[in-house]
Design a protein around this ligand. Structure first.
Ligand SMILES: Nc1ncnc2c1ncn2[C@@H]1O[C@H](COP(=O)(O)OP(=O)(O)OP(=O)(O)O)[C@@H](O)[C@H]1O
Ligand SMILES: [Mg+2]
Length: 256
């Protein structure tokens, strides 16, 4: 298996007056291409800190983060922004959609940085919004959609330009159990379909069952790495849900 992300003795120390908070205290971890990985841990264990670091949103105090052979901890602000635009999608717990824009424009916006013309951006955005079951909500603004629908827009935005890595920080944290299942299946299905690497942060053991591997953090350290043994691992071929959410698997229907 090809290593996509290598993390070596990573530390992130916050200074709070005289006190030091070791948010990450010497993390070593390899993440492989195409895997779905879950970072599991209780509140304050360092999950978001680690995720933000891998996505180039924050810099470590010490240690190395090598993504696709590039030491991203050494990149300038400008280069790291470019790195993110070209390689990374991000799904937030609170969706982070632009409230004044429609679903279509929120998704289409993700392609601006790639220099794609407006017409093509809209075509790509419409296709992926249809894939996530929102064909009839394209012109709705975030406030006119349910939490689950907003998260589906945010998934569409993260996946629209098929980035090689998608990070998701508590993507189901604000959703009920049934909607959480739909969202997890959708994200994992998309990542599998396009051979993307997906890294999901959660404190919820049920959510972690969708991953290939589970990395457990506590107090800024990796305390366990395990292969997922749950039957949910093979989630993308769940027939029952393909029937209920048929728009989600519409690409499969066309190609098969
Ligand atoms: N900006 C900051 N300044 C000081 N301490 C911080 C800062 N951000 C995070 N921390 C501390 O670092 C530790 C790890 O925080 P982090 O947000 O990574 O945890 P988490 O596992 O994502 O928790 P949660 O499940 O609550 O989101 C915590 O103890 C937190 O208080
Ligand atoms: Mg967090």
């Amino acid at each position: 298996m090809e290593k996509l992300i290598q993390i070596k003795n990573l530390k992130r120390i916050y200074k709070m007056g005289d006190e030091k908070v070791y948010a990450l205290n010497g993390i070593n971890l390899d993440i492989y291409k195409n895997e779905i990985l879950c970072l599991l841990g209780t509140s304050g264990s360092g999950k978001s800190t680690l995720l933000n670091m891998m996505a180039g949103l924050d810099k470590p105090t010490s240690g190395e983060i090598i993504v696709g052979g590039i030491h991203i901890e050494k990149l300038s602000e400008q280069k790291i922004t470019k790195f993110r635009q070209l390689n990374v999608g991000f799904v937030f717990q609170s969706y982070n959609l632009i409230s004044t824009l429609t679903a279509l424009d929120n998704v289409s916006l993700g392609l601006i940085f790639k220099g794609v013309p407006k017409k093509e951006r809209d075509i790509a955005a419409k296709k992926i919004l249809t894939d996530v079951g929102l064909a009839s909500r394209m012109n709705h603004k975030p406030s006119e959609m349910s939490g689950g629908q907003q998260q589906r827009v945010s998934i569409a935005r993260a996946f629209v330009d098929q980035p090689s890595i998608v990070f998701a920080d508590e993507p189901t944290g604000n959703l009920d159990t049934h909607t959480s299942e739909i969202i997890m299946k959708m994200m994992c299905g998309m990542a599998r379909e396009h051979n993307q690497t997906l890294i999901i942060v959660t404190h919820d053991i049920e959510t972690s069952y969708y991953a290939d591997r589970i990395v457990e953090l506590r107090d800024g350290e990796v305390i366990d790495i395990r292969e997922n043994q749950s039957i949910l691992g093979g989630i993308k071929t769940n027939e029952e849900d393909e029937q209920q959410e048929d728009s989600v698997s519409s690409t499969d229907d066309i190609t098969n």
